[in-house]
Design a protein around this ligand. Structure first.
Ligand code: NAP
Length: 235
């Protein structure tokens, strides 16, 4: 399907490594111009190199998702520069500390909610107008089974993902009559830094790389995709 996304512009958060980087590379390979964002410039440059090697193009946008004013300017800036925004993938995420709910410290709790939930909310607010102008606007938010299956010590992360799922599914209901398709994607276990922090004793080789999940997620971004308001689980 090379070229299936030619002429389209995509925004991918968490694109410095892990799932977000893998998604950005697939989108670039399919012809989208990909605006890649995260805090780590070196990671964004690595992703840019991989996109170019795949025949695609990217714009690097270093950004801390905890900075609301900068985050709110992202969608308007993309629209001002490219005249369109067709695809949004919010893959950025933080685990926070695995700790009892009663012990979770405010700064850690705040970061998890800021990156996983509030950033998703602000992206919805900023991106809805340009995505609705596209003839095939697509938005995908990355979630986790911990949103619906709570597990001891995973409270901040699980709660942040549960809140995000609720927001995204609510938004999906609000735009159901438009051409915009909005979905959640649970990638399952992947060999990334987040997974290593959650399971430090695990052999990384026993966990798949993000490539297969990335391909499945990008399927939700294609113009022909009709699924809407669903949680896709990749296993
Ligand atoms: P990862 O390798 O740790 O990548 C996380 C990404 O989020 C990085 O690009 C990181 O970039 C970005 N990020 C974190 N804090 C940020 C901030 N304040 N501002 C901007 N960007 C920030 O993790 P991953 O496993 O690929 O996670 C991707 C998504 O999959 C997450 O939503 C996660 O919850 C979900 N997930 C993962 C697994 C798994 O097994 N790995 C399972 C289920 C769901 P910088 O550090 O450069 O800013």
């Amino acid at each position: 399907m090379p070229g299936v996304l030619s002429g389209r512009v995509a925004l991918v958060t968490g694109a410095s490594r892990g799932l977000g980087a893998a998604v950005a590379i697939v989108l670039g390979r399919l012809g989208a111009h990909v605006v890649i964002t995260a805090r780590t410039q070196g990671g964004l440059e690595d992703t840019d190199d991989a996109i170019r090697a795949a025949g695609g193009t990217a714009t690097l946008l270093p950004l801390d998702l905890r900075e609301p004013e900068k985050l709110d300017s992202v969608a308007p800036s993309i629209f001002a520069r490219f005249g369109r925004l067709d695809i949004l993938v919010h893959a950025a995420g933080v685990l926070g500390k695995l700790t009892p709910v009663s012990h979770a410290l405010a700064p850690d709790r705040t970061e998890v909610l800021a990156v996983n939930t509030i950033a998703a909310w602000r992206l919805i607010q900023g991106c809805e107008a340009p995505l609705r102008q596209s003839d095939a606007g697509r938005a995908v938010f990355v979630t986790d089974i911990r949103a619906s299956v709570p597990l001891a010590y995973w409270g901040p992360y699980g709660a942040s993902k549960a809140a995000t799922e609720n927001l995204v599914l609510t938004w999906a209901g609000e735009v159901a009559t438009t051409q915009l398709r909005v979905n959640l994607f649970d990638p399952g276990p992947m060999r990334t830094r987040l997974r290593a922090a959650a399971f430090p004793g695990e052999d990384p080789a026993s966990v798949p790389t993000p490539d297969s999940a990335a391909a499945a997620l990008v399927a939700l971004c294609l113009p022909a995709e009709t699924r809407h308001g669903e949680i896709m689980r990749h296993r």
